[in-house]
Design a protein around this ligand. Structure first.
Ligand SMILES: CC(C)(COP(=O)(O)OP(=O)(O)OC[C@H]1O[C@@H](n2cnc3c(N)ncnc32)[C@H](O)[C@@H]1OP(=O)(O)O)[C@@H](O)C(=O)NCCC(=O)NCCS
Length: 143
């Protein structure tokens, strides 16, 4: 089960960030801004072991983050989170969702491809160390 993140959830989200993204983790200030922003949807699981964030601007939603603590991976938690993030983006009027993912992030690419995202372009050397970014897109079906 997921719910909208509240200010009190910020420390738990920062802990997920640090565990899952290391040096690339968002700062507490960035997480706090995202949780408090009207344009962003931040969802946490009830057990605070996973979270996801999208931003919605008009017809386009951007998947900014999705992360599951290592002990809970491989159980469908990210797919459930993605379901709820897509539902929320649809409710806010989005017709498609875009994301960027490092070309060497196999688990995330596996998640997105299995969910129905298509790779629409590649940004060469986008990430630190010269790793390419795949730009992926999902059409959000109307109910
Ligand atoms: C990517 C991540 C969110 C997946 O979370 P998860 O809860 O383990 O994923 P799920 O169990 O919901 O898996 C759903 C599908 O994704 C794919 N997938 C998940 N882990 C995978 C792996 N290690 N390799 C390949 N595909 C994988 C599979 O298709 C899987 O479906 P299946 O189990 O029916 O085969 C998790 O590995 C993570 O937090 N990684 C670190 C943070 C990160 O890189 N986030 C993405 C960039 S913001």
């Amino acid at each position: 089960m997921t719910r909208t993140a509240a200010d009190d959830d910020v420390p738990a989200i920062v802990a997920i960030e640090q565990t899952c993204f290391g040096a690339g983790a968002w700062s507490e200030g960035l997480v706090r801004d995202e949780v408090g922003s009207d344009r962003h949807v931040v969802l946490v699981t009830d057990d605070l072991q996973a979270y996801g964030a999208v931003s919605v601007a008009g017809e386009v939603a951007d998947l900014d983050r999705i992360a599951v603590l290592p002990a809970l991976r491989g159980r469908g938690v990210a797919r459930d989170l993605l379901d709820d993030l897509v539902d929320r983006a649809r409710d806010l009027g989005a017709g498609r969702m875009l994301l960027e993912v490092a070309a060497d992030n196999g688990p995330a690419i596996g998640l997105y491809e299995s969910y129905g995202f298509d790779t629409i372009s590649t940004r060469r050397g986008y990430y630190a160390g010269g790793v390419d970014a795949l730009v992926m897109e999902l059409t959000i079906e109307e109910w």
